[in-house]
Every structure is written in C-alpha cells, then in structure tokens.
Design a protein around this ligand. Structure first.
Ligand SMILES: C[S@@+](CC[C@H](N)C(=O)[O-])C[C@H]1O[C@@H](n2cnc3c(N)ncnc32)[C@H](O)[C@@H]1O
Length: 502
C-alpha cells in the first residue's frame, strides 16, 4: 500500500536508532532464564513492524548472516532509505516493504521474533488490534514479540503537555508551523515559572526533545498510553502472555523498602501482571519494552541460574575504590550506570566483577570467566559453581551485569589493518552524527572521528591512514597537522567502542 504523500512520517522522519533490548542477543538470555527455548540468534526469522529507516534491524542483519529479516513501514521515504542501505551493504538477508500493518497476512510466513518499537501507542485502536493479531498469527511456537509502548501512570504528565500543545497549535497546518507554535507555548509556560513541580520537571525534559519528537509524540492525533494491565489483557485476548520486560532489571523491586516489597507481593497475590502494575504505580513508569510469547508456552516465573553457564557476560559495574580488596572478605561497593549498586564481601563475586570490568566491552563466556577468577575460588565443586551462577543471576536482575546469547563479534585490540563495522562506516559516510556499534548501541562521534571511521575498511594500516588524513588536510582540534600518535589513539577509541570487527 502507498501512503499519501502527506503522511506525516514522510514529511518529517522519525530518527531511528538501535534498540539494544530488542536484539535477539539480549532477548534470548531473558527467555532462557524463564525456561523458554527460543530460536538461536544466528538462525532465526525477524519481522519489524513500523521499522522506519531500518536503524534497528539493518545492523542486526549486517552481523547475523544466517538469519532473515523483514521490515515494514507505511512511510515511503524511510523504506527507500532502508532499502538503499541494505543494497549498499550487499545484504541478501533483509528486505523492506512499504506496507500498512493492516495489510499483513500469513503469506509472509512465521517469525521467531516480532519487533514493534514505538508503534503500539502511536497508532489508532484498529492498528493496535492488528499488531496483536499479527503476533498471534505469525509468531512461531517458541516465538517472542518485543513491543514498546507508553504507559500510565507516568504518561499522564506528558499527556497533559500534549493536550496543551494540541490546543495551542490548532489551526497550524504545516509540520514546521506546528512545531514552532508548540515551542512558543513551551517558552510561555517556562516564563510563567509554574508553581507545579510536575509541570516544571516535565518542561525541563523538553529542553532536550527534538522537533520530530514533539511533532510525532506530542502533537500526533494518536498517542495513547495504556495501563500495563490493559496491555497484558489485550495480549491475552490474542492468545499471548506476558513473558518479561526486555530490560529485566526493570522488573525487580530491589530499591524498595522491605515493608513496601511485602505489600507489593501481597497486592499482586502471585499474579505477575498485577505485580508489574503495582510496580508501575510505585515507579510512576511511562514507557515499557515488553516481551510476549504464546499462552501455551510454560514459563518458569522464578528465573533459573543454570542457563547462565551457556551465556556470555559483560558488566558496566566498576569498583568505587580505586584499589578494591578482592582477596579478603572486606565489603567493596560496585556501581552500575543506572543508579544500581552492589555491595559484597564475597571474594569470588568481587573478582568476577573486576574481571568483567577489565574485559569490557567484550562479552566473555561463563567458562572463560570461571577460568579468569580460578585463583579466588578454593572450591571447584558443582555446588560452588551453582552458587556462583546464582550470584551472577542476582547481579543481572539488579542491572549490574548484562547477559548475551552470542560471543563477541568485535575486537578491542587494534589490528594491523583495522576494519570497522561496515554498517557504522556507511552511517559515517552518510553523515550520521551517531553510529551503531557491534553491541547494538549508539555511539556519538565528532566529525573528525566519523571521517576516520569511514576510512577503517581493512585496506590500510595506521601509517597509511595517517598519510591519507594529512593529504586531505584533516587537522587536530587547534588546526595543526594531526600526529600519528593521535591517529593511533583515535583508532584505539574506535576499537574500544566495539566498532572494530573481530
Ligand atoms: C514513532 S515511529 C517509530 C519508528 C521506529 N520504530 C523507531 O522507533 O525509530 C512510528 C513508525 O510507525 C510507522 N507506522 C505508523 N502507522 C503504521 C502502519 N499502519 N503500518 C506500518 N507502519 C506504520 C510510521 O511510519 C513510523 O515510521
């Protein structure tokens, strides 16, 4: 189906980016801990609904050669861009189609993963209905759907802003005029120094919000948050059930006082949906990334730690102390990026977190980790290994470690003729200010680094790259000629950002 030229996403594109939690590499560990046997990331079929310009599935397809990818979107221009990028990369395992979700039928076959990021809340009720029925009819038996959406209660404040902006922009026809009027209202509200902390906090967030987000998220006719229990009931009507939040740590009530945790458990009465709903109330949550699976799948709601033995592990946690004492049982504190903290005196766990810090950002297998910390373990029994798995599981649940289905496909050691991720190189050549790395996360770069990245195609050594940069007159920050040492440092940064192919 062809969208009208007036389709708002053709007029003003929605800037896509890789959604880390939607990558099978991250979904599979969550599903395995809960007892599922999902399709392997290296041999699966993935469908993305409302894929925009393919910023999420293109980099997946570029590394998972044995898997097949299909992206559909109603907008014409983003699909043209996505198709052009797939062609430029020579990818034969991905296809894009300009298509309305409403027109999808079983002709396209079954999928092991169906992704819909930023679609469910942004479309009319009939399309939301269709998203669920597509998952019902096209998910394979052990298939998993990833759906993100806006939720109440957190979204009430954003909805309030949206209501005010829609009132003020009434009559404005063109997107740019609507955006300008919306910004005018925001300035007006800020100038009034509102007495309401909720409004003041929300206004602060608009300082960072881009024009396309104001247009598509605030001024859109369809942007309907739901309560989580409504979403779960909707999934249930289509033969689907709540599996987990894709960001697993979001499901854990760790930071709550014991008394609140007890009440939460009592309110939930053993029902995982009610538990999540009350957690949303406590967190005033506004956005969810939910995994669904078929109702017939049996889910072990108490995560098992054993599957971790077959996974790969990373950790962003770092010791607060510059010289943590690993050997004794002295308590040390480790901090993650999302406010998470771990205090432990357990030598094996301390050694593991320190080791993962050294290996960052490369995922290491469970066995490699065990070997690396062997000297801190005085007991290699099955029981102590089991206890270690349990500790890693707790760390994962607290957001202190990440679990992966796949080993590293990048190297942090600069090779003789460095070759950067071809998808990121194409982004750099296209002039994107941020690129996707081989961890499926976004890396922002300055113009000089992007230029360097585009050169790392495996044909030049560092000296040749330096020579090339001098020839084209690329200078260091203060205008002087760039030195070999600086080029080496910058390539090292590229490698350490998980952008260099293994
Ligand atoms: C908020 S954007 C999100 C885009 C992308 N998934 C992302 O997160 O960057 C919503 C996307 O859904 C697409 N869309 C809206 N209605 C659609 C429909 N009925 N069928 C297919 N795509 C649709 C829009 O064109 C747009 O690309």
């Amino acid at each position: 189906m062809t969208a009208t030229p007036q389709f708002i996403y053709d007029q003003v594109p929605y800037e896509g980016y890789p959604i880390t939690a939607s990558h099978p590499d991250r979904i599979i560990p969550v599903a395995r801990l809960l007892g599922m046997q999902p399709a392997p990331a290296t041999n699966c079929r993935v469908l993305e609904l409302g894929c925009g310009d393919g910023a999420n599935i293109l980099p997946m397809a570029a590394v998972l050669n044995g898997s097949q990818f299909v992206g559909i979107d109603l907008a014409h221009n983003p699909i043209v861009k996505a198709t052009g990028m797939a062609r430029a990369l020579g990818l034969g395992n991905i296809r894009f189609e300009q298509m309305n979700v409403m027109d999808l039928d079983s002709g396209c076959g079954e999928f092991d993963y169906i992704l819909a990021h930023g679609l469910y809340s942004w479309v009319p009720a009939a399309v939301r209905e269709k998203i669920m029925s597509v998952c019902q009819s096209l998910l394979s038996r052990n298939g998993i759907a990833y759906i993100s959406y806006n939720v109440y209660p957190g979204c009430h404040v954003r909805k309030m802003m949206s209501g005010m902006m829609r009132y003020h922009t009434e009559g404005a026809r063109e997107p740019q005029e609507q955006i300008a009027k919306a910004r005018e209202l925001l300035s007006f509200l800020v100038s009034g120094k509102p007495d309401s902390p909720a409004l003041t906090d929300e206004l602060k967030q608009y300082r960072e919000r881009r024009d396309y987000s104001i247009l598509h998220d605030d001024l859109s006719e369809s942007n309907d948050p739901v309560y989580f229990h409504e979403f779960a009931a909707h999934a249930g009507e289509h033969g689907l059930q709540f599996l987990a939040e894709a960001d697993f740590y979001e499901m854990q009530p760790y930071n709550l006082p014991a008394e609140t945790r007890e009440k939460l458990t009592a309110f939930a009465g053993g029902d995982p949906v009610r538990f999540e709903q009350y957690l949303d109330f406590l967190k005033n949550r506004r956005f969810r990334k939910t995994l669904l699976c078929r109702k017939e799948v049996s889910i072990n709601r108490t995560p098992a730690s054993d599957p971790i033995r077959e996974m790969y592990i990373t950790s962003v946690a770092r010791a607060v102390s510059s010289n943590p004492d690993i050997r004794s049982t002295k308590e040390e504190e480790f901090r993650g990026t999302k406010g998470g903290a771990l205090r432990t005196g357990h030598p094996v766990l301390k050694a593991a977190v320190v080791q993962l810090g050294k290996s960052w950002p490369e995922p290491i297998s469970f066995d490699q980790l065990m070997d690396a910390i062997a000297e801190y373990r005085d007991d290699f029994s099955e029981e102590s290994t089991g206890t270690f798995c349990e500790m890693l599981l707790r760390c994962f649940m607290a957001g202190m470690v990440e679990l992966h289905a796949l080993p590293a496909n990048f190297s942090t050691v600069v090779s003789d003729r460095p070759m950067a991720f071809d998808y990121a190189r194409l982004q750099a050549r296209n002039g994107d200010p941020a690129v996707c790395n081989l961890r499926h996360t976004t890396i922002e770069m300055d113009a000089a680094s992007l230029h360097l990245l585009a050169l790392l195609d495996g044909t030049r050594d560092v000296a040749a790259i330096h020579k090339h940069l001098l020839e084209i007159g690329l200078t260091a920050g203060n205008g002087r000629a760039i030195e070999l040492r600086e080029v080496q440092e910058n390539i090292k940064k590229v490698a350490q950002s998980a952008l260099q192919m293994a």
